[in-house]
Design a protein around this ligand. Structure first.
Ligand code: FMN
Length: 338
């Protein structure tokens, strides 16, 4: 289903039917998932960090292209502070450019030093930030669009912890480039709300964790469906690397370590937060351990469905929200009583 009346800078840039992007998901957004999103009419990104070997990333990009039926897709490059030594970001961008990928989603830190590589290759840069102030900075270094994710988001909400509603409205005042809003978005009515505040689209992650094409164990998806917006926990704020994740044994342990020892370091936490535990949970379905990023949009995660069906539901919900708004417009204008 297409919504031609929802034409925005985001739909035009990516050639998609509704202004929704599925943000990169560490260990999860592979060629199967990203191409399913593309075929469903939205934009998505392979997470480069999930394929640390250059040949593996190259192969995943090629596989994705072959599955996309000509639809656009991109690569997510998270430039978060490295937990292990070795900086390969520039090489990753060169590989992406070599493969002719046109779109990237960057996150984690200011992409300024990589902008020459990206712009020389004609790559369109969407930079994702956790706060409007970083969006203003990203705009000043020449990114094409920004995505601002609020405190409700799964993954990294940053340090400011400003909510999505405030980000959506303040961004309109402070930015001149197109922006997307994310964090807690999982219902079509929220797409309309974001557009009405000035956004050109939304970014979602948590809502898609039950997509049929997502390569994760059925028990993991079952836990996502069972969990509600009350089942996440914020950890690692004390080490300036805040994460919102499914509340489980790992988040409880990490939160206690942070509480008991204000001087705790990221290295102290590493045995618990290592990405390998999360990866294992996706493979085995044992969600009791690992930092399993998930946000308040768990509220909307109710069944395992193909990506196309989730997008269809979002579209119908967006339509219903628009109908509610136009019904309001037909009511006589408000007049103060004498
Ligand atoms: C399981 C999971 C893994 C994620 N991994 C990444 C990542 O590797 N890189 C990144 O930039 N964002 C990552 N994110 C953030 C999403 O791309 C997206 O910005 C976020 O989920 C939007 O908020 P929402 O979860 O409230 O929809 C992840 C989110 C989740 C839920």
């Amino acid at each position: 289903m297409t919504l031609p009346f929802l034409t925005t800078a985001v739909t035009k840039t990516y050639g998609i039917s509704i202004p929704v992007i599925a943000g990169g998901l560490m260990w999860l957004s592979d060629a199967d998932y990203v191409s399913a999103a593309a075929r469903a009419g939205i934009m998505s990104f392979i997470t480069a960090a999930s394929f640390p070997e250059p040949d593996a990333l190259r192969a995943e990009i090629r596989k994705c292209r072959s599955l996309c039926d000509g639809a656009a897709f991109g690569v997510n490059v998270s430039m978060l502070p490295k937990l292990v030594p070795g900086e390969k970001t520039a090489d990753v961008f060169r590989l992406i450019a070599d493969e002719g990928v046109q779109f990237v989603e960057t996150s984690g830190r200011n992409p300024e030093e990589y902008m020459p590589i990206l712009k020389d290759a004609g790559i369109m840069v969407l930079h994702k930030v956790p706060s409007v102030r970083y969006a203003v900075k990203a705009q000043s270094v020449g990114v094409d669009m920004v995505a601002i994710v609020g405190a409700e988001c799964g993954g990294h909400p940053g340090m400011d912890m400003i909510g999505t509603m405030v980000n959506a409205a303040t961004a309109a005042e402070r930015l001149t480039i197109p922006y997307l809003i994310g964090g807690g978005i999982g219902h079509g009515s929220q797409i309309i709300a974001a557009l009405s505040m000035g956004a050109s689209g939304v970014v979602m992650g948590t809502r898609f964790l039950v997509a049929k094409e997502l390569n994760a164990h059925a028990d993991y998806k079952a836990r996502m469906m069972e969990a509600t917006e009350r089942d996440t926990q914020l950890i690692m704020h004390s080490v300036r690397n805040t994460v919102r994740a499914l509340a489980n044994e790992t988040t409880a342990t990490v939160a206690k370590m942070e509480q008991d020892n204000p001087g705790v370091t990221i290295s102290d936490l590493l045995p618990h937060i290592s990405g390998q535990h999360g990866r294992a949970a996706y493979a085995t379905g044992d969600t009791s351990r690992g930092v399993l990023s998930a946000g308040h949009a768990l509220a909307f995660v109710d069944k395992v469905e193909p990506m196309a069906q989730i997008v269809d539901r979002l579209t119908q919900e967006a339509n219903a929200a628009l109908a509610r708004l136009s019904a309001l417009q037909s009511i006589a204008p408000y007049q103060e009583s004498a």
